[in-house]
Design a protein around this ligand. Sequence first.
Ligand code: HAM
Length: 427
Amino acid sequence: MSSIQRVAGMQDVLPADRAYWDKVIGAAEETALHYAFQRLDVPIIEYTDLFERGVGTASDFFVQKEMYTIEEEDGDSFALRPEFTAGVVRAYVENGLNNETQPVKVYTFGPIFRRERPQAGRYRQHSQFNCEIIGETDPAADAEAISLALDYLRRLGLRDLSVQLNSTGCRRCKPAYVEKLRAYLKTRPEKLSPVDQERLRRNPLRIVDSKEPGMDAVLAEAPHIIDHLCEDCAAHYAELLQILDRLGVPYRQNFRLVRGIDYYVQTVFEVWAEGIGAQSALFGGGRYDGLSEAIGGPPAPAVGFGSGIERVILAMQAQGVEAPQPPTPQVMVVHFGGETKLAALELAQALRAAGISTFFAFARERRSMKSQMREANRRQVRETLIIGEDEVAQGLVTVRPMDGGEQTAVPRGEIVAWLQQRAEGRR
Ligand code: HAM
């Protein structure tokens, strides 16, 4: 019988990977707290309707074909969250956070599910660090989201980062621009691939970031949204650039950045890491002023971003950024069965209660000293504590330092203090 494997596009996070996860999550949390964000957690499952109304059915990726949905017998439809923002805004509305001092600045972490075609850096379950500033129109909030993203990545030691920036207008100016774009593209049908022809019918804006061959030349001459913004959007964008310039935040204006989610208005941005391959977007975000109203809430202009933790780790590994391994357990307690096993178990419990990280040498039968020492070596403990018949009789513990130091007998009542002193000396 073949063994069952994990589902394609899903990842195991092994103990050996944990150091990277801890470093990334630690840096993210620390940066969010420095920017005065608070933690908010939302469920993994929401009503499908939330994403259909919030994220938008024209978002050609997740709502149309990439959501994992669960249909209940009573007609309810649930979805595994394909992103955080809609759930965070639902929580903001449902819990009356709009009545608190605005804006509300929240961050969260957790798994996200999308039925994507799995490839390096693109998974069906990934984890995001997500930040949202809800209840604010000031472009300084957009700048804050971008600065936070960069500070976090730099805190991790990443280099060669580039902020890609664009404005996609608002409900007033975007439709007129999309019409201009459609008109332009319609004059060149022979240049569009079948995929882009379909986009032209459904969501022409997505053609702007099309990766289909030959599109660079077609789009170079296309109208750019930045030249067709309404007064409000143009002023918002200009102030954002002014703030970023003043703060020395580097960015690159990218007229082809439109992002794949319907709720965006005005600012959209991504942070790319150079040289890590096709899935180089470590961050994606933007402004979504109409999302709260789209899901039945009060007006709540907002801006935020999501960042894939796995991708940040891939970038760290590609750039040779290391994560410190956590210290190995301090001691292993070994014994020779019978009464020595029970005494060793008592000792292990007392050490743990005193905060000393302890392995106990499991054994159904009496094990040789050699086999137990081999295990202690492999587990890289600092000291092995031996409980034999003599030790039990005399109330002692024999300590063997694993760095080759001399073996010592320590009275049972003094062992905790003795080990703590050793650990102190190593610091
Ligand atoms: P997104 O661009 O779809 O935006 O995802 C944000 C980030 O999550 C990406 O830049 C990437 O690092 C990571 N990511 C996305 N899909 C995958 C995947 N299949 N495998 C691995 N990593 C992935 C959003 O989700 C928006 N909700 C962000 C946002 C928050 N906008 C405003 N507020």
